[in-house]
Design a protein around this ligand. Structure first.
Ligand code: 4AD
Ligand code: MG
Length: 479
């Protein structure tokens, strides 16, 4: 089925075999004795070198073989004299599928800034950096499904269009078919959503959790893995308006089980990438080392592969929010007034500088924080006995901050109803969710892993906009 890919040719094709290689030209180099064409088809970071003799092809044809053009090359696989490759293709025929005028084609063989590449998201997968990221992203997604399948979880497809605000944070994109220039009104003058497509207000989901809980109350262990949307105006290197989230939800799991699962899960998924994405990870590691070479030794971060191995090999630190506040209050940046948001005391919401201090400076490893004050966490979290904290858990990673947010869920109908009313949600809107607590309620827990934050960590990329094929963020007007 289809032609052999470059990855397979480089790994398995025997010497002297006739081959057909199809791919895009990365570089063309002409010397007195030979013409070298480096071809890549995205199956691997490695190019295959194709070699022709001077005069073998017309100057006219060779002029159309430029960086970015697409070729079909026929030839023979021979041992290569060149460094870093065992085989190359001795060309017998070239067919140009598509040219790429060097005057116009923006990806020339030189270093392009990530900012520039973001403006040409339609072409950037053809660079080494982005193709490596996309292959790693694929491998991680595959590992997620494999992990849960092996652990007896079922993949539940939760809806993209919902009515409920799962996080109660009011950061939803509205879905409507109403004519914005001629909105139907109620007698009181409000927009009449009864006339809209669904006969009510509808939004893009911020999380599949609430529907995931319904699944767990029937199938015991489920996970979702789908796009989620947040209209938060966060212009940071860690936020997207459209991102993918993995949300397992388990009946009969308490907070402790939830933490064990979260830790095991991220470690196994990262291990999968370490085993299966060696070439791409090495490439990205070299890219980072190159970037940091002008920094003084003590300011350089660990090489990427060492950083990943460290996370996989060491237990995460587990502590409560209350313990974290005590550490932060005594910390150097707090005493020296170096935090942008000083820690004023118990009850504050932690900002990313606090999280990163705990992970990067204090413990120097991933941290799981638990039992946050109820006021700063979502309504569905189970109340602790003290009535002040909830059974929440956030997993914090070096360089990233929060990578996972989760909790044990409130299973008591009365307590949950109380919380829903307290934060001002109309219980009518969540009647179906509340019913899970009325009929056969059970202790259960779950969490959400931001997939792009994971890809960011594994690839070492500084900006989340560079680990998703087509990033959506405030004022990303170019798509
Ligand atoms: O902490 P969050 O908001 O939790 C939830 O949505 C829960 N319903 C999850 C659950 O318990 N099932 O989001 C979970 C994770 C965060 O830890 C972060 O990794 C990621 O989703 N995340 C984002 N990633 C990219 N851009 C954004 N704007 C994100 N907001 C959250
Ligand atoms: Mg969170």
């Amino acid at each position: 089925m289809g032609p052999l890919q470059i990855k397979d040719i480089l790994q398995t094709a025997p010497e002297n075999q006739s081959v057909v290689v199809k791919g895009w030209v990365r570089t063309k180099r002409e010397s007195k004795n030979a013409i070298f064409i480096a071809l890549n088809d995205g199956s691997t970071i490695n190019n295959i070198q194709a070699v022709a003799e001077p005069g073998q092809f017309s100057a006219e044809l060779l002029l159309t073989v430029t960086t970015g053009s697409c070729l079909k090359v026929t030839g023979q696989l021979i041992a290569s004299q060149g460094a870093g490759q065992t085989v190359e293709v001795k060309i017998t025929d070239i067919e140009v599928y598509g040219t790429a005028d060097p005057e116009e084609y923006p990806l020339q063989p030189k270093k392009h800034s990530l900012e520039f590449l973001r403006e040409i998201a339609h072409l950037r997968p053809r660079t080494n950096t982005f193709s490596a990221i996309l292959r790693i992203r694929h491998a991680l997604a595959f590992a997620v499904h494999q992990y849960f399948n092996e652990k007896g979880f079922f993949y539940l497809h939760t809806p993209v269009i919902t009515a409920s605000d799962a996080e109660g944070a009011g950061e939803m994109f509205r879905v409507t078919t109403l004519d914005l220039n001629n909105l139907p009104r109620t007698e009181e003058g409000a927009i009449n959503f009864k006339e809209d497509f669904f006969g009510r207000e509808a939004n893009l989901t911020v999380s599949g959790q609430l529907e995931g809980e319904l699944g767990a109350m029937a199938l015991s262990k489920i996970y979702t893995f789908g796009p989620t949307f947040r209209a938060e105006n966060s212009n940071t290197t860690r936020h997207l308006a459209e991102f993918w989230m993995i949300e397992p939800e388990m009946a009969f799991f308490e907070l402790e089980d939830n933490m064990d699962l979260a830790e095991d899960f991220v470690k196994k998924v990262i291990t999968y990438a370490l085993i299966n994405c060696k070439d791409d990870l090495n490439f990205l590691q070299n890219r980072l080392t190159e970037e940091e070479k002008n920094k003084p030794q003590n300011e350089r971060s660990l090489p990427l592969l060492e950083k990943l191995a460290f996370v996989v090999d060491n237990p995460f630190e587990r502590l409560t929010y209350t313990q974290a506040i005590e550490i932060l209050l005594k910390s150097k940046p707090q005493k020296e007034g170096k935090f942008q948001f000083p820690v004023t005391g118990w009850g504050i919401d932690l900002s990313s500088e606090h999280e990163r201090y705990l992970v990067e400076k204090h413990f120097k490893k991933p941290v799981i924080l638990t039992n946050y004050p109820r006021e700063i966490k979502s309504f569905y979290m189970k109340l602790d006995e003290d009535g002040k904290t909830v059974r929440a858990m956030d997993v914090l990673f070096p360089g990233i901050g929060e990578i996972i947010g989760g909790s044990q869920r409130e299973e008591s109908y009365e307590k949950l109803l109380g919380r829903v009313k307290e934060i001002g949600i109309d219980p009518e809107n969540l009647w179906w969710y509340l019913e899970t607590r009325k009929f056969g309620t059970a202790p259960h827990s779950g969490f959400g892993l931001g997939f792009e934050r994971l890809v960011q960590f594994v690839t070492g990329m500084g900006n989340i906009r560079d680990v998703i094929p087509f990033p959506r963020y405030p004022k990303s007007a170019e798509f």
